[in-house]
Structures are given as structure tokens and as C-alpha cells.
Design a protein around this ligand. Structure first.
Ligand SMILES: Nc1nc2c(ncn2[C@@H]2O[C@H](COP(=O)(O)OP(=O)(O)OP(=O)(O)O)[C@@H](O)[C@H]2O)c(=O)[nH]1
Ligand SMILES: [Mg+2]
Length: 306
């Protein structure tokens, strides 16, 4: 480009994909610089697509966070995989995130490869080797080589989403591969979800953090009221749906202790998103086997456009 010519603005979509728990949502939060996506140490935290919109003076990168690709055990899991696969349509770049600290590559890392095989024309893929902070320097090369073998033609970047390592280079790498064009969203918009939807996800993430085994995965959260009572205070009432009475007991805990713990964790997270105080009231209901029930899945918003 001629040194005096104006820099051309680049815009495009980047589908952030990979198996559960590799750090896709953590990466998007780190890039946006704000916690817009729920994160937890357990797999299958993200259940729907969510945009993370990153705008600079010269580019707008629209990240599409997706549920982790996995082998589903119920209709919700199937929905989540379809929701993830859907991000492949009309994306400019696929950012394939893997956890380099896990060796060898996981069978679920390959699900994306078979989806790519099915595409007539695959978009450009960048392979992000995340969690490099967990590796000794001497182990990086051999682990990186094992992951590079998954997709030999992909460009590679080494990152740590939690430490912020390699992120500037990643943004540069992505920007260079985006088409020239005007931004799709206003520069101050960072996501497509309403605060109340993010709040529901943060409540669910808090339950994933505090509960064990299958119980938190059986939870759906419905926000019943989300009111800005004063400039400082948001009032939230939410219902946690579980699949069995026994799960209800576990979520409530002895003398209501567990529910209090989840509520207090979620309140802090929601408060850091809104920047004000939160009054949060939680209750629990049982909806037997809702993860396999089409009607209930629809009610909870897990419905795909046909
Ligand atoms: N050490 C380390 N941990 C990380 C890094 N990135 C993410 N994590 C942790 O990995 C766990 C999973 O992160 P998420 O962002 O929820 O993963 P995800 O890929 O979005 O998972 P799903 O939504 O379930 O598909 C969390 O405990 C994160 O703190 C990293 O760079 N280094
Ligand atoms: Mg996620």
C-alpha cells in the first residue's frame, strides 16, 4: 500500500470453535477486555452462540463464541453442537482453539475437522494453541507439533487467554485475513446479548463452579424479572430449573447454603458486568428430563432457525 494512502478498514466474522473447556469464551472476554461470556472450569459452559465485537480505528472483528463440540448425550447437547456448527456458515475465518496442555489431542478436537471436510469451500483456519502458560518451555515444541498435525495447512498462534499472552499478534493475524469493508456494528457495541441474558449465563456459570458432576449441567436459568430499580441497583429474580427432586435438594444444600453460595458468586459476577449493586433472588423448580424435551428446550430458548 502507498505510504500516503488511507488505511483501509477491515471487517469480518471469526468463528471461535473447538472442543469444550479449551478457553474459547475466556479468550473472547480477554480480547474484548470485559466479561461478556460465561466461563467455568467445567466443560459445556457455553450453550448458545454469542458475539464479542472488537473494534479499533482500523478494523472490526466480530468473534462468534460457540458451544464446545462434543459427543452429545441428550437433545440439548445435539442442539449445542448444531449451534456451534452453524457458525461455520458465512464466517471469514475459523479460529480453532485447542488446549495445548492436554496431550495427546482429544478425540473431540477432531469433530471440527470432520465438519470442515463437509464444507465445499472451507474458510481460512487459524489454530490457536491456548493455555501455553501451563507448559514448561521445553514441552511447547513437541505439543505444538502434535496439534499442528491435526490441520497442517492452518496458520498457528501460541496464546494464553488468562495471561493475555500472544493476543496482540493474534488480533494482527486475524485482521490481515479479513476483507476490506465498513463495520457491521456501532463501535461501542461489544456483544449481541442483553444484560439479562448474560446474567442468566453468569448464574449458570456460578452453579458450574460450585456444584459437582452432572448436577450443574442439568440446570437451565430463566430470568423472571430484571429491573433497574435505581441508577445504582438492579433487581433480579431468577428460576433455576433442574431435572430431578434429588438435584433440587443438592442445589439448595443444607440449610440453603449451596444456593446462597451460588447466588453470592453470581451476584459479584453480575455486579462487575453492570458496575452497580445487584439484588438477586433465586428459586428452584423441577422439570423432569427437560434436556430431552423439545417443547421445554424451546421454552428455554434452545431453538434453531429451520
Ligand atoms: N491456565 C489457563 N487456563 C485457561 C486459559 N484459558 C482458559 N482457561 C481456563 O479454562 C477453563 C475453561 O474456559 P472457558 O473459556 O469456559 O472454555 P470454553 O472453551 O469456552 O468452554 P465451553 O464453553 O464449555 O465450550 C476455565 O477454567 C478458564 O479459566 C489459559 O490460557 N490458561
Ligand atoms: Mg465457552
Amino acid at each position: 500500500m502507498h505510504p500516503n494512502s488511507p488505511i483501509e478498514f477491515r471487517t469480518g466474522f471469526v468463528a471461535v470453535m473447538g472442543r469444550p473447556n479449551v478457553g474459547k469464551s475466556t479468550l473472547i472476554n480477554a480480547l474484548i477486555g470485559q466479561k461478556i461470556a460465561a466461563v467455568s472450569p467445567k466443560p459445556q459452559t457455553t450453550r448458545k452462540q454469542q458475539l464479542g465485537i472488537f473494534t479499533t480505528d482500523t478494523a472490526q472483528i466480530v468473534f462468534v463464541d460457540t458451544p464446545g463440540l462434543h459427543n452429545p448425550h441428550h437433545k440439548l447437547g445435539k442442539y449445542m453442537n448444531e449451534e456451534a456448527a452453524d457458525a461455520l456458515n458465512e464466517t471469514d475465518i475459523i479460529l480453532f482453539v485447542v488446549d495445548i496442555s492436554q496431550m495427546p489431542p482429544h478425540e473431540e478436537d477432531r469433530i471440527l475437522l470432520s465438519l470442515l471436510d463437509e464444507l465445499k469451500q472451507a474458510p481460512k483456519v487459524i489454530l490457536a494453541l491456548n493455555k501455553i502458560d501451563r507448559l514448561e518451555a521445553g514441552d511447547v515444541a513437541s505439543s505444538a507439533a502434535a496439534y499442528a498435525e491435526l490441520l497442517p495447512e492452518a496458520e498457528i498462534c501460541h496464546i494464553s487467554a488468562t495471561r493475555g499472552r500472544g493476543l496482540d499478534q493474534l488480533v494482527e493475524q486475524l485482521t490481515l485475513n479479513l476483507p476490506i469493508g465498513p463495520p457491521h456494528y456501532p463501535p461501542d457495541q461489544i456483544t449481541n446479548l442483553y444484560e439479562r441474558e448474560i446474567a442468566a449465563d453468569l448464574i449458570r456459570a456460578a452453579s458450574l463452579i460450585h456444584l459437582r458432576d452432572e448436577v450443574p449441567h442439568a440446570i437451565a436459568v430463566r430470568i423472571d424479572e430484571y429491573t433497574q430499580r435505581t441508577e445504582e441497583l438492579v433487581y433480579i429474580r431468577a428460576t433455576l430449573f433442574v431435572e430431578r427432586d434429588s438435584q433440587k435438594g443438592i442445589v439448595i444444600g443444607q440449610n440453603g447454603k449451596m444456593l446462597k453460595r451460588i447466588g453470592s458468586h453470581a451476584r459479584t459476577q453480575i455486579a462487575s458486568m453492570t458496575g452497580g449493586n445487584i439484588y438477586l433472588q433465586l428459586r428452584i423448580k423441577v422439570r423432569p428430563n427437560w434436556r430431552n424435551n423439545e417443547k421445554m428446550l424451546k421454552q428455554f430458548g434452545f431453538q434453531r432457525w429451520e
